[in-house]
Design a protein around this ligand. Structure first.
Ligand SMILES: C[S@@+](CC[C@H](N)C(=O)[O-])C[C@H]1O[C@@H](n2cnc3c(N)ncnc32)[C@H](O)[C@@H]1O
Length: 312
């Protein structure tokens, strides 16, 4: 086992998201960084919580610059939680598994690669979904490797499941997809050493929030028009009742003294819909500019405003 041991050196970290993930925050980081709480900037925050972790762009961004004693990353997507725990616990074995997949893939003709994708997708969909993801198992290594392989080779890096929770995104068109990025996996593994990564609902945040905590919420966005229902990350949609339930957690964590930031879509881009302005009337609402897919045609991108809500 000794040759699989990893030594970590935070100074050199360049960790960045492992997956393409809908709503990824990488492009917005410069604007979000401007809005971080001053208490964080003087390194007086001990605990960081990201209850909708997705691709974890904000966590990697903060990890580089600040020292936390505790980090909690949550998501209801099982595959994400499995992946991050494998990167944390077994990154060398994951790299080995991905190297095998990558070698098999690139040895094939282009046509056979498409077939290989569908075979791996079938394998992926055959994994058990009804078990406690929070109980770590070595069996997760293959599953995590397939999450990366499929994310890198499927259409637009989408994550979409059907009503039976089966992943159904078709193969993408890439000449040379980067299936294994060893250096980044090692950096991500280093960053995750301080994190507890849990499969749970965002309301779990309440358990850990206190006056030395910073929380960044990036929930599935409320669709900004009737045709842009881009918030189907899992079988359960995040509807307005969920947005209201989230606002209640935001209130309660704030009462415990936590500093909080939330991203969301801005319904006023197109219509006079003050849903969030009214819901978060007690808080500061900033508007930032983002480049997003703006309708169901994935090719059509545009600049739109997004909300950043803070309680400080
Ligand atoms: C907008 S994405 C987060 C994007 C992320 N900030 C990034 O940079 O990639 C929202 C995430 O919330 C997760 N999610 C949906 N409902 C949830 C819930 N009730 N509790 C926790 N996570 C949830 C989804 O699986 C998805 O990964």
């Amino acid at each position: 086992m000794t040759n699989l041991a990893v030594s970590y050196n935070k100074i050199t970290t360049t960790a960045r998201p492992v997956l393409k993930w809908a709503g990824g925050k990488t492009q917005l980081l410069p604007q979000l960084n401007e809005l971080l709480p001053p208490k964080l900037k003087v390194n007086a925050i001990k605990t960081y919580i990201e209850p909708f972790v997705g691709g974890a762009a904000m966590f990697f961004n903060l990890y580089k610059n600040y020292d936390f004693q505790n980090v909690y990353l949550f998501d209801t997507n099982q595959e994400l939680v499995i992946l991050y725990n494998v990167i944390k616990n077994d990154v060398r074995l994951l790299i080995k598994e991905l190297a095998n997949i990558s070698n098999e893939y690139f040895a094939l003709s282009e046509q056979d690669r498409d077939e290989y994708y569908y075979l791996r997708r079938d394998e992926y969909n055959a994994f058990d979904k009804n078990f406690d993801v929070n109980k770590y198992s070595k069996d997760f290594i293959r599953r995590a490797a397939l999450t990366i392989f499929i994310n890198r080779t499927c259409f637009n890096g989408l994550y979409r499941v059907n009503s039976k929770n089966k992943f159904n995104v078709p193969v993408g068109k890439y000449k040379n997809p980067r299936i294994l990025d060893e250096e980044n996996l090692l950096s991500v593994s280093e960053a995750l050493q301080i994190a507890e990564i849990k499969h749970c609902d965002f309301s779990e945040t309440l358990k850990y929030a206190d006056k030395d905590t910073f929380i960044y919420y990036d929930p599935p966005y409320r669709p900004i028009s009737k045709t842009s229902a881009f918030n189907s990350y899992s079988v359960n949609d995040f509807d307005d009742d969920e947005q209201i339930r989230l606002k209640n957690i935001f209130d309660l964590c704030g009462q415990k003294g936590a500093l909080q930031m939330e991203s969301n879509s801005d319904p006023t881009n197109y219509i006079e819909d003050l849903f969030f302005d009214n819901l978060y009337i007690k808080y500061k609402i900033h508007r930032v500019s983002a480049t997003r897919i703006i309708n169901s045609n994935a090719e059509k991108r545009g600049s739109i405003r997004e909300l950043v809500i803070t309680n400080y």
